[in-house]
Ligand binder design. Structure first.
Ligand code: PLP
Length: 377
């Protein structure tokens, strides 16, 4: 049986988690949290990285820092995980969905400007499958309309657009370290802050509205309630797990890329017959092998292929149900313009198993079974 995902594990996690316990520092912001944040800051070249309990929480922090108020609008794709919208909706914002590009499944940057109103405050692009959105255009639109950009880079660690790491273009970038992501701590995430002026407020929101972070650095002699806030910091035990993965980030990414490229080579002949479509990676996007998907003719064919593979012990998965069609999406959002691709393309997409320890033989077997389906159909 080949599962869709196996959480990444390198071998060093137990040692570091044991060390965290022996440090007698298992709450947040201990030595491993510091190591992880510094590693991410160095890797991305961003001013500040704050480790969080999830990407959802990192996005909530971004919404607080962007000062989202009831009635504000956020422009995002409908083809995304709920958190991209919910983090803003929780602050009273309206989610304004625009269509995606069928090639990358990312927000269609050409449709953003038309969705802007006087209530728009944020553009929230999602780097689907670790493939960068058209950040040059998006940053240009944001600049001209004085909007903030919050990147949902949940799937984007170790990936870049024109040489610049995903998550570092907008005011804020959000990573996920959920067990389904390339690098993991079980549940967890990180907020990347581009501009130093937001750091102090971010630390306060993250630490229950207090200046405890300053206190720990010895900058104030007691910490006090300063503002609204919540608890967004992960345990140092989770950070210890993550640190083992960050140390091997290159190797993990490389291993995933090898499997991704293998799928690509094995399935290209089938794609050339026009029966399936493969992902499109713009030349200036360096992705991270987060996801390998194929697109079938339609939903009916996808359902049959899914069943065919499951009968052979392979567990692929579809992906997002477009948010604008979901109960909360109808309540808290609206679709601007025409849904030309969001629903149609989402129904055709099937993700094949891809994880750190997936073997070359397993990949060959999966590709062979996909081809077998099309030979008999
Ligand atoms: C995984 C994911 C999230 C949520 O991440 P959590 O860490 O589970 O909160 C948000 N957006 C996208 C695009 C994701 O893939």
């Amino acid at each position: 049986m080949i599962n869709f995902n196996v959480p990444p594990f390198t071998g060093k996690e137990f040692e570091y988690m044991k060390e965290a316990v022996e440090n007698q520092k298992i709450c947040g912001d201990g030595p491993f949290t510091k190591k992880c944040s510094e590693w991410i800051e160095a890797q991305t070249g961003t001013a500040k990285c704050l480790l969080t309990t999830s990407c959802t929480h990192a996005t909530e922090l971004a919404a607080l820092l962007a000062d989202i108020k009831p009635g504000d609008e956020v422009i995002l794709p409908s083809y995304t995980f709920v958190s991209t919208a919910d983090a803003f909706v929780l602050r009273g914002a309206k989610a304004v969905f625009v269509d995606i590009r069928p090639d990358t499944m990312n927000i269609d940057e050409k449709l953003i400007e038309d969705a802007i109103t006087e209530r728009t405050k944020v553009i929230a692009p999602v780097h689907y499958a670790g493939v960068g959105c058209e950040m040059d255009s998006i940053m240009d639109i944001a600049k001209r309309h004085r909007l903030m950009v919050v990147e949902d880079a949940a799937q984007g660690i170790m990936a870049s657009y024109k040489g610049k790491p995903l998550g570092t273009f907008g005011e804020f970038g959000c990573f996920s370290f959920h067990e389904t992501k390339n690098l993991s701590m079980g549940e967890g995430g990180a907020l990347l802050i581009r501009d130093e002026k937001y750091i102090e407020d971010a630390e306060i929101y993250r630490e229950k509205g207090t200046d405890r972070s300053k206190y720990f650095r010895g900058q104030v002699d007691k910490y006090r309630w300063q503002n609204q806030g919540s608890s967004y910091l992960p345990s140092d035990m989770n950070a210890a797990y993550l640190y083992a993965q960050l140390e091997l980030a290159e190797e993990i990414t490389q291993a995933r890329m090898e499997r991704w490229n293998q799928y690509w080579e094995l399935l290209t002949p089938l794609a050339e017959t026009g029966r399936i479509e493969l992902p499109y990676i713009p030349a200036y996007c360096a992705h991270n092998g987060h996801m390998f998907y194929i697109k079938t003719k339609d939903l009916e064919e996808r359902t049959r292929l899914d069943g065919f593979l499951k009968e052979r012990g392979i567990y692929p998965t579809s992906h997002y149900v477009p948010l604008h069609s979901a109960p909360a999406g109808i309540k808290f959002g609206r679709f601007h313009g025409e849904d030309k691709y969001t629903t149609k393309e989402s129904e055709r997409l099937l993700r094949l198993p891809l994880f750190y320890k997936l073997t070359a033989d397993e990949t060959t077997y999966i590709a062979k079974q996909v081809k077998a389906f099309y030979e008999i159909n």
